[in-house]
Design a protein around this ligand. Structure first.
Ligand code: GDP
Ligand code: MG
Length: 163
């Protein structure tokens, strides 16, 4: 069985962009509209000879009776349950939000290796804006730019190291 990495995080942080970068496909729907991806997407990825599966999350049916946030939470929980490692994606530019805290609280209770990454970090001074993310109590946070490909390889190495 290939290891499975789940990308979780609130809408618009760049999960689908990271998914596309990792799987080198445009399978996931990348949009300027939070949460447009309708379903979880699975993709194959590799780091050198190591192959793994990536799950993109955050999709929901816009008119789901249960409401957007409930559906997102369900999606996240299902993806996390299916995964061996969770990559929790944050927005290095947008900073922490209440939703980030909710996701962190959920992840902290699980016995699942978790890696924090701060996306959209291109052009940012090394580390300076990442201090606040330590507040989540989930350890180190790695800066990445899914759009530009920066930091993606070290991120993958760190994620696979947690297996
Ligand atoms: P998702 O909702 O978490 O799946 O986020 P998306 O992948 O759909 O991206 C949301 C928005 O953030 C889009 O406008 C992307 O172009 C933008 N975005 C994604 N990655 C980066 C990045 O590394 N840097 C910057 N500046 N923008 C990004
Ligand atoms: Mg998405």
């Amino acid at each position: 069985m290939k290891p499975v990495i789940a990308l979780v995080g609130r809408p618009n942080v760049g999960k689908s962009t990271l998914f596309n970068r990792l799987t080198k496909t445009r399978d996931a729907i990348v949009a300027d509209f939070p949460g447009l991806t309708r379903d979880r997407h699975y993709g194959n990825a590799r780091l050198g000879k190591r192959e793994f599966i990536v799950i993109d999350t955050g999709g929901f049916e816009p008119d789901a009776g249960s409401g957007i946030f409930k559906e997102m939470a369900k999606q996240t929980q299902q993806a996390v349950a299916e995964s061996d490692v969770v990559v929790f994606v944050l927005d290095a530019r947008g900073g922490l939000s209440a939703q980030d805290h909710d996701i962190a609280n959920y992840l902290r209770r699980l016995n699942k290796p978790t890696l924090l990454v701060a996306n959209k970090a291109e052009g940012m001074k090394e580390g300076s804006q990442l201090v606040e993310f330590y507040e989540l109590g989930l350890g180190d946070v790695l800066p990445v730019s899914a759009a530009h490909g920066q930091g993606v390889r070290p991120m993958l190495e760190a994620a696979l190291d947690k297996l």
